[in-house]
Design a protein around this ligand. Structure first.
Ligand SMILES: [Zn+2]
Length: 301
């Protein structure tokens, strides 16, 4: 059951990317799920049709892919088995391979699979999440780490999905996912100041909108325990300083360069640990444009 509460977004407040607009869909904070989501969710047929021709560039910049690989190296061994679900062209897997991981799998069902990199020893399978879980069951295959990069915001009933995925993780294995930190306080300041519509409510691409404060509960309901939360640079700092990439998207490139320069400064002087501490601090304050969540199946101690 889904019961939206508080401020409800509908009609022109939602940006639609598909040709067909489903007017009946509203977005609000669901008190049953504990996060913002579309209600009702678009049907499976509607999403399937929309994603038939879906082709997005890798959602992570190269610097962030290396950062994730570094973070994973602190939990895993080089021969740990890792699967990237919804791996696109395999960009993240390629970086993990470069960083020394040897036991790598990906799964991708969209048009991107045909373009996926064929790098030995990476295995890329042709399934969607459910098809992949079925394949794992049949093959009695489990992974030490399952990665979901920008997946959970796209799928109806994400808790159900996370529960299914738990079955393919080894008992002392882990889950790592990347998801936008929406409705964060910096966005709210911008929205109130500019009296504009929430630009991040983009349907049917995004059907769930998580804040970093809500995510522990979501993960726990799916049978995991959060072990680490961190974030990407809070890009909204730029928005509130006048580099308005919402009103003028071209500004985004400039903001990206500044953010890369900021991180590069830490890298150049060997202070990546300090940079990670800063980002963990931002995560505690619930700011950061995108969150990285590391979790373990709850039964493992
Ligand atoms: Zn709900």
């Amino acid at each position: 059951m889904h019961r939206l509460t508080g401020r409800i977004f509908e009609g022109d407040e939602i940006t639609w990317r598909s040709k067909e607009v489903l007017q009946e869909i509203k977005i609000g904070y669901c008190k049953d799920c504990g996060f913002y989501h579309a209600d009702p969710y678009p049907s499976e047929e509607f999403l399937k049709d929309y994603y038939q021709s879906y082709e997005i560039p890798c959602p992570l910049y190269i610097e962030e892919r290396f950062r994730i690989a570094r973070l994973l190296l602190s939990y895993l061994k080089e021969d740990s088995s890792i699967v990237d679900i919804g791996c696109g062209k395999g960009e993240m897997l390629e970086v993990l391979h470069k960083c020394g991981f040897k036991n790598l799998y990906g799964t991708e069902f969209g048009v991107l699979r045909n373009q996926s990199k064929r790098i030995s020893p990476i295995t890329i399978l042709p399934y969607d999440v459910n098809g992949f879980c079925d394949w794992c069951k049949k093959e009695a295959k489990r992974f030490d780490c399952t990665i979901l990069i920008n997946v959970l915001e796209h799928v109806p009933e994400p808790v159900y999905l996370l529960r299914r995925i738990k079955d393919i993780i080894t008992t002392d294995g882990m889950l790592m996912f990347v998801v936008p930190n929406d409705f964060n306080v910096l966005q709210q300041v911008y929205l109130e100041k500019n009296k504009t519509k929430p630009w991040f409510l983009i349907l049917p691409d995004h059907v769930n909108f998580f804040t970093i404060n809500d995510i522990d509960n979501v993960v726990e309901r799916a049978g995991y325990q959060v072990i680490r939360k961190t974030v990407q640079f809070p890009l909204e700092f730029f928005l509130l300083q006048g580099d308005d990439y919402v009103a003028a998207p071209k500004t985004g490139k400039k903001c990206h360069k500044k953010r890369v320069a900021f991180e590069k400064a830490f890298l150049e002087v060997g202070k990546l640990k300090e940079l990670e501490e800063l980002y963990s601090g931002f995560a505690k304050m619930a700011i950061g444009r995108v969150m990285y969540v590391f979790a373990k199946p709850a039964s493992s101690k």
